[in-house]
Design a protein around this ligand. Structure first.
Ligand code: 5GP
Ligand code: ZN
Length: 113
């Protein structure tokens, strides 16, 4: 997808600090971290948001969650982390390419803002 920042990161056209990569997924440190650990997990396939995922994406979505579990372990935060998908502008989504935020390393509040 032209002009999609996360497609460009997944395609190695722009730099990011990668922590995990498979043929279907890429995970990298957020440019503007909101916690000591703040990782963005994206599918290489351009899906705009979770509400646009299709039945054939179910396995991919599961792999994104399992990648979160593996990355949390690798970064030593497996006991306490938060996994968030902002879906739509009013929910806080600013980049229109599906992504999960993996946040850890500080106390998380509930309810979220
Ligand atoms: P959203 O607000 O869409 O849920 O999350 C997008 C996230 O992507 C934000 O936390 C933002 O800091 C991060 N982000 C936006 N552009 C870039 C970039 O070019 N590189 C990296 N590493 N993170 C980015
Ligand atoms: Zn994209």
């Amino acid at each position: 997808m032209a002009d999609c920042i996360f497609c460009k990161i997944a395609g190695h056209e722009i730099d990011a600090k990668l922590v995990h990569e498979t043929d279907e997924l890429t995970a990298f440190h957020d440019l503007n971290p909101q916690a000591p650990v703040h990782i963005i997990i994206v599918p290489k396939k351009h899906i705009v948001r979770l509400s646009q995922a299709a039945p054939e994406d179910v396995l991919l979505l599961g792999k994104m969650q399992y990648a979160a579990r593996e990355i949390a372990e690798k970064l030593g935060v497996a006991e306490n982390f938060r996994l968030v998908a902002n879906n739509g502008r009013k929910a806080g989504q600013s980049v229109d390419h599906l992504h999960y935020h993996l946040l850890a390393g500080r106390k998380m509040n509930w309810p979220p803002g």
